[in-house]
Ligand binder design. Structure first.
Ligand code: IDP
Length: 141
C-alpha cells in the first residue's frame, strides 16, 4: 500500500468542545503521523477559496459562515492509505449516519458542524495541502 498524505481540519465545533487532543490521539493510534499542524482563524476568503468546489451548493454560505465562526486546527497526516484511513476515522458526513466509534459519531452535532474535514482523494489532498501549507512547513518523517 502506498504512503499518502491527506489534509485534515478540526472544525470550529470540535475546537470549541476542547477535543483537539482526543482527535489527534485517534489519528496517531491509527498509524497516521502529524507532519504539519497549525491553529488558525480562517478569513472569509480563506474559507470560500477552500470550499470553492461547493460554491453552487445550497449550503455553501452556511458552510463558510460556520468555518469562520471560530479557530480551526489544520494538519497534514501521512501514512499508508492515509486518505481513506482518515475518512474511515471520520465516518459519514452526517453524524447521524456515522458508524459508532467514528469521530463524527462521537464528537459532531450536525451535518454542518461535523467536527473534522478530510480530503476525499490523493489528488485533492495535494491541492488542499498546498492551499494551507508551504512545502517547507511540512515535515515528512
Ligand atoms: P465531507 O466533508 O464528508 O467530504 P462534502 O460532501 O465534501 O462532505 O461536504 C463538505 C462539507 O459541507 C461537509 O463536511 C459539511 O460540513 C457540509 N455539508 C455537506 N452537505 C451538507 C448539507 O446538506 N447541509 C449542510 N452542510 C453540508
Amino acid at each position: 500500500m502506498a504512503v499518502e498524505r491527506t489534509l485534515s481540519i478540526i472544525k470550529p465545533d470540535a475546537v470549541a468542545k476542547n477535543v483537539i487532543g482526543k482527535i489527534y490521539t485517534r489519528f496517531e493510534d491509527a498509524g497516521l503521523k502529524i507532519i504539519a499542524s497549525k491553529l488558525v482563524q480562517l478569513s472569509q476568503a480563506d474559507a470560500e477559496g477552500f470550499y470553492a468546489v461547493h460554491k453552487a451548493r445550497p449550503f455553501f454560505a452556511d458552510l463558510v459562515k460556520f468555518m469562520v465562526s471560530g479557530p480551526v486546527v489544520i494538519q497534514v497526516l501521512e501514512g499508508e492509505n492515509a486518505v481513506l484511513k482518515h475518512r474511515d476515522l471520520l465516518g459519514a458526513t452526517n453524524p447521524k449516519e456515522a458508524a459508532a466509534g467514528t469521530i463524527r459519531a462521537d464528537f459532531a452535532d450536525s451535518i454542518d458542524a461535523n467536527a473534522v474535514h478530510g480530503s476525499d482523494s490523493a489528488e485533492n489532498a495535494a491541492n488542499e495541502i498546498a492551499y494551507f501549507f508551504a512545502s517547507s512547513n511540512v515535515y515528512s518523517r
